[in-house]
Write a protein that binds this ligand. Structure first.
Ligand SMILES: Cc1cc2nc3c(=O)[nH]c(=O)nc-3n(C[C@H](O)[C@H](O)[C@H](O)COP(=O)(O)O)c2cc1C
Length: 185
């Protein structure tokens, strides 16, 4: 099978990672792949914060859990009650993608960059997990301080988070609907 398509078909959302840090050369390839994503009018109003500091990762996980518990969204609150739950699956690397959302299509640009990250990671033998429930990260005062600490550019907002690392689980593909394609031939 074509190698690119094989990698696309192999990718899964990984929610459990091994503690070993990923190679920096792999991280650089992944980030370069992100920056090469197509984006509207090549405006590149996106930003990537790479977090590998354990203390900061733990702080993010704890703020996120606290905010999930207080979200009043039942399934998120239930998940956060589990003391074993880590929103990033204990991934050693987390990439926060933010954007200037006043720029038209910036979120689509970020989604394309995110997919490049997921596919590049898979091609390098790494697992990944994109998530948006991380929007709860910055909703409280503590979260706003965290955003500053992370150096998110002024005016940029959360789009998604991607956890990256060596996989600690092996999952079958989740089923996909087949009734979503219409051919006009
Ligand atoms: C925009 C977006 C947001 C997502 N947010 C979350 C999330 O907050 N938490 C989570 O566990 N998974 C999240 N996911 C992962 C999806 O649940 C996952 O992609 C889907 O179930 C299909 O599984 P697969 O990625 O293994 O093919 C998100 C995926 C996308 C594309």
């Amino acid at each position: 099978m074509n190698e690119t398509i094989e990698v696309i078909k192999r990718r899964r959302s990984i929610r459990r990672f091994k503690p070993e840090q990923i190679r920096d050369s792999d991280l650089q390839e992944i980030l370069e792949s992100a920056l090469l994503a197509p984006n509207a009018r090549n405006q590149q109003k996106w930003h990537f914060t790479v977090i590998q500091n354990e203390e900061v990762l733990n702080k993010m996980a704890s703020i996120m859990k606290e905010n999930m518990l207080n979200s009043e969204i039942e399934f998120l609150a239930e998940r956060a009650k589990d003391p074993e739950f880590n929103p990033f699956g204990n991934a050693p690397t987390v990439v926060l993608i933010t954007a200037d959302k006043t720029t038209r299509f910036a979120e689509i640009d970020c989604a394309l960059a995110a997919e490049n990250i997921l596919i590049a990671a898979e091609s390098l033998g790494l697992g990944s997990h994109i998530m948006t429930s991380t929007e709860f990260l910055f909703t409280t005062e503590k979260g706003k301080e965290l955003k500053k600490e992370l150096g998110v550019p002024e005016g940029y907002e959360h789009v998604c988070v991607i956890a990256l690392g060596y996989k600690d689980e092996n999952l079958p593909a989740k089923p996909r609907r087949k009734d979503v394609i219409n051919y006009i031939r």
